[in-house]
Design a protein around this ligand. Structure first.
Ligand SMILES: [Zn+2]
Length: 256
C-alpha cells in the first residue's frame, strides 16, 4: 500500500487501544449491509475491499488498527462531502439508517477516546467538564448508584456513558436485529439521548485533550469524525442546540 498516513504510523508504533470492545453487526443482516453502504460512501475513492467490515471477530487489535487506518485515509483522501453522505439513500428505512450510525459513531468515539484515555485520569480530569462553563453529571435511573445526577471524574463518567450506550445498542427491544421486527415507539427519543450523550465525549476530548490529539497526529481524523457526527445529528435534528453550545465556535469554523 502506498503512502502510510501519520496516523497509521503512530499506531504501528504503539499498541492500539480501544476503550470498550467494538460493537459489530451480524453479517448478512440488513443492518450489516446498511453499515457497509454507509461506510463505503464515506470512504469512496478508496479500494472498496479496504472498507469491508469484519464482523463476529471480537476485539481483534489488527482490525482496529486497520479500521483506524481506513478512517484516517478516508479523511485524508476526502473528496467526499460529509454533508451529503449523511443523507438517507433512497429506498432505505430511516430507522435503520439511524441505527447503523449510532453504532458506527459509538465505535468511532470509542476508538477516539481509547487513543487519549491514558491521558484522561481522575487526577487530570476531576470532573466531566467541557470548559469552565459546562459540567455533566451522570444519571441512569435504571442503575442502583446513579438515580440522581452525580458529579464524577471524567474517565468514570465516560466509562459509564460508553457502557450505557453499549447496553442500549445491544437491547433488541430498542434496536431490533431481526428483519420485520418493528422499532419501539420511543425509538427516536432513545437515539437522541444516545447521540446527545456521545456528543459529550467530543466536548470533553476537544476541550481538555486537544493538545494530546495534535501530539498523536490524530487531529485530522478526529475532526473528520466530528464533522460527520455533526452533519448527521443536524440533518435529522437529533441533538439539541444547547447541547452543541460548548463546541459552537469550533463547529462554526469547521463545519459551517
Ligand atoms: Zn479528560
Amino acid at each position: 500500500m502506498a503512502g502510510r498516513s501519520g496516523f497509521a504510523q503512530f499506531f504501528s508504533r504503539d499498541k492500539v487501544k480501544t476503550f470498550k470492545p467494538k460493537k459489530k453487526f451480524e453479517q448478512g443482516t440488513l443492518k450489516f449491509n446498511l453499515h457497509k453502504q454507509a461506510n463505503a460512501s464515506l470512504s469512496s475513492g478508496i479500494d472498496l475491499k479496504e472498507v469491508t467490515f469484519k464482523p463476529k471477530k471480537r476485539f481483534d487489535p489488527g482490525s482496529l488498527k486497520y479500521n483506524l487506518h481506513k478512517q484516517a485515509n478516508a479523511s485524508l483522501n476526502s473528496g467526499i462531502d460529509l454533508r451529503e453522505v449523511v443523507k438517507l439513500p433512497s429506498n432505505e428505512d430511516l430507522n435503520d439508517w439511524l441505527a447503523v450510525h449510532v453504532v458506527d459513531f459509538f465505535n468511532r468515539i470509542n476508538l477516539l477516546y481509547g487513543t487519549i484515555c491514558e491521558y484522561c485520569t481522575e487526577e487530570t480530569c476531576t470532573t466531566m467538564s467541557g470548559g469552565p462553563r459546562y459540567e455533566y453529571q451522570w444519571c441512569d435511573t435504571d442503575s442502583v448508584k446513579y438515580k440522581k445526577p452525580t458529579a464524577l471524574p471524567a474517565p468514570k463518567y465516560i466509562s459509564l456513558l460508553m457502557d450505557w450506550v453499549e447496553s442500549q445498542i445491544n437491547d433488541e427491544n430498542i434496536f431490533p436485529v431481526k428483519v420485520g421486527v418493528p422499532f419501539p415507539k420511543n425509538y427516536l427519543q432513545v437515539v437522541k439521548k444516545l447521540l446527545t450523550r456521545l456528543y459529550r465525549v467530543f466536548v470533553h476530548v476537544y476541550i481538555h485533550h486537544f493538545d494530546t490529539l495534535v501530539a498523536l497526529g490524530a487531529e485530522a481524523h478526529v475532526n473528520t469524525c466530528y464533522k460527520h457526527f455533526y452533519y448527521f445529528v443536524v440533518e435529522y435534528n437529533l441533538v439539541d442546540k444547547k447541547e452543541l453550545e460548548p463546541l459552537r465556535e469550533m463547529t462554526e469554523k469547521m463545519c459551517l
